[in-house]
Design a protein. Structure first.
Lengths: 345, 294
């Protein structure tokens, strides 16, 4: 709901993501604040934010694939890993420049995703979950056993990128790189879901038979959804691997893939801004529980390891019972409250 | 040939236990239409209940077994009452995710209560001699597992085919509202189906625990039975048993013959098998074909 006095008189105004001057102001101020934060924050927090940025980019992918197109996938960690490994291999062995490697990593992950998503043409729902589960294990196996290419369980080094002679080797430089890509990815994701393709995703999610009858090519849409979703995962994975420096297959367990679903459940299904809420809430809380609490009292370490699982399980269950539309919905409620505050009409 | 026979027979026995795990899965799906990803964790909890009574308290195995089943039934009911019931009417995806949450809760809870230690049952559920067929030997724990799975399979099949409650459960899974309007007490049916699932998963967990060891990672076995479930079809007990045996046999055979060329390949053979089945027969070998209308 808009506050009194805001009128939309053209189609462009009605469709705009950022609608009013104050909104532009807040947005620009937030971006400036974000890019100034390395001046204030310690390296530890910057590293955490960098990681969150990579995961948010990958979470856009699962949001588009599951939240918008309704194709539930538990294989997102494997596509993330595909992007990470293909980025690293392209840079180290074929000497691609970083940005080209990043985009290629996205493309490779997208193509792998389309292949892994092939069962979606025949099945849906739970059977598709199983198909992507199989996809996860097979990708994981290939990465682990194709030693000549991926280094197997020993892992792989991601070479540091450099731009104009400036090597990305400090926490601050990683931070800027990831945040710039995150900005681009946010704009892209926000707009993909508003295109004809994005609306087709929603139509297929809500009722694929009805969508088919209305003239949507359901097969093509499912392929597109898998490609776009896994493209984001690949880009996020390559960025994350670049930040981490060295990667091993063990860094991408199935649990991470399931956690991506958790992020969008907590953040809010079918909402791009929900990815931010979900990832920041979960990863932030996890960091507090696993790092800060043991630092306060070392005797808590064992308890925390088990308690974290229980805590996040409870968070997912309670969110689903009491706020199935996620934090993004709460944010919408809050926005409509402050826009008309203090004169609610 | 003896090597083949040995692999084949142990594959059948392992497969029967996979089938046992898969049956618990099928119960939930058949009776309430819920895809329970926490099933592996429920198996683990059942095994831990059994170990607590049998090892830590030192009670006889049969008593421990029965008490563990009772506790597992209570656990199943509590899960249904606290978590599944409030979600009635929500989308399938929400219910799927809630079982993911349950998975985390049960795993963490087990870690809090029983810790990191690895446990092992001291005795089998009942004593049988190990069997020799030609040169091949089947260990007695596998025979116990095989017998228990077959018995459970026959009992459940009879329950769902011939009793009124079984019929009500199938009706509820098919169409909740329609079943309710025909006088089925849907809430009670849901409670009963989760109790049944708790019991059968505990049986699976205890039998599996007798073959291997029990620790808090055991729930991941639950993910291994998923290919079995898909292979046989989500609604079919027969499919669970047949699928279990096929997956078990291909697993041991590929482990025995392919391991020297492709290390660890047997870990993913079930999944490759499952993908092939999904592409050729999307609802599994024995599953019900869904006809959809707008």
């Amino acid at each position: 709901m808009d506050p009194a006095g805001v009128y939309k008189s053209t189609y462009e105004q009605d469709m705009a993501v950022v609608r009013t001057f104050p909104q532009w102001g807040v947005l620009i101020a937030a971006v400036i604040l974000l890019f100034c934060s390395p001046l204030l924050l310690p390296n530890y927090l910057l590293g955490l934010m960098t990681q969150m940025g990579c995961v948010i980019i990958a979470a856009f992918g699962i949001q588009i694939l599951t939240g918008y197109a309704g194709q539930v996938s538990v294989g997102h960690a494997a596509f993330f890993a595909t992007g990470a490994y293909s980025g690293a291999i392209l840079m180290a062995q074929l000497h691609f420049p970083f940005l080209l490697a990043l985009v290629s990593a996205g493309f490779i992950a997208g193509l792998v995703g389309v292949i892994a998503g092939a069962p979606s043409l025949r099945v849906k729902g739970f059977y598709l979950v199983m198909g992507t589960l199989a996809g996860h294990y097979i990708i994981h196996y290939v990465i682990l056993r194709w030693r000549s290419l991926t280094g197997g369980s020993l892992g792989y080094q991601f070479p540091a990128a450099s731009f104009f002679g400036l090597s990305i080797n400090t926490e601050v430089r990683h931070f800027y790189l990831v945040m710039i890509v995150l900005l681009i990815a946010t704009v892209a994701a926000k707009n993909i879901v508003r295109t004809r393709m994005g609306r087709a995703f929603v139509a297929v999610r809500d009722n694929d038979l009805a969508a088919n009858v209305m003239g949507i090519n359901v097969w093509l849409v499912k392929f597109q959804a898998f490609f776009v979703g896994c493209f984001f995962a690949g880009v996020g994975g390559a960025l994350w691997a670049h930040w981490a420096g060295s990667i091993t297959p063990g860094l991408f367990p199935l649990m991470n893939g399931i956690w991506y679903l958790g992020y969008i459940i907590i953040g809010g299904l079918g909402s791009i801004v929900g990815c931010f809420f979900g990832v920041i809430t979960v990863m932030g809380l996890m960091e507090v529980l696993s790092r800060v609490l043991p630092a306060v009292d070392p005797s808590l370490t064992g308890f925390v390891a088990a308690g974290t699982d229980v805590f996040f399980g409870l968070v997912i269950v309670l969110m689903l019972i009491f706020e199935p539309r996620g934090l993004a919905h709460r944010w919408e409620i809050f926005k409509s409250w402050y826009r008309i505050w203090p004169l609610a009409y | 040939m003896d090597y083949f026979l040995q692999l084949f027979l142990s594959g059948i026995c392992i497969g029967a236990v996979y089938g046992l795990g898969a049956i618990g899965f099928v119960i939930i799906y058949k009776s309430s239409g819920i895809f329970n990803l926490a099933h592996g964790e429920m198996m683990m909890v059942g095994a831990f209940f059994g170990v607590t009574f049998a090892n830590l308290l030192g009670w006889p195995m049969w008593l421990a077994f029965i008490l563990a089943l009772v506790l597992a039934a209570v656990t199943g009911f509590v899960i249904q009452f606290l978590v599944i019931r409030p979600l009635t009417g929500q989308s399938h995806f929400a219910v799927l995710m809630v079982t993911v949450g349950l998975m985390f809760i049960i795993k963490g809870g087990t870690l809090l209560v029983w810790g990191h230690e690895t446990y092992d049952f001291r005795e089998l559920l009942f004593q049988v001699e190990s069997l020799e067929i030609g040169e091949a030997i089947i260990a007695s724990e596998y025979i116990v597992g095989f017998i228990v799975s077959i018995v459970l399979f026959v009992l459940l099949w009879a329950y769902f085919s011939y009793t009124k409650n079984g019929l009500s459960m199938r009706a509820t899974a098919d169409d909740e509202e329609l079943a309710e309007s025909m006088g089925v007490r849907v809430r009670r049916i849901f409670g009963m189906s989760w109790i049944l699932a708790g019991v059968s998963s505990a049986v699976g967990g205890i039998i599996m625990g007798m073959m291997t060891t029990i620790d808090y990672n055991m729930g991941e076995v639950g993910l291994k039975v998923l290919p079995v479930v898909v292979f046989g079809g989500l609604e079919s007990f027969l499919g669970a048993i047949v699928g279990g045996i096929v997956v078990g046999v291909t697993g041991t055979l590929s482990g025995g013959y392919l391991d020297e060329y492709l290390t660890g390949f047997k870990e993913i053979t079930p999944y490759i098998l499952m993908l092939l089945v999904l592409l050729i027969k999307p609802f599994g070998l024995f599953g019900e074909k869904k006809i959809e209308r707008i």
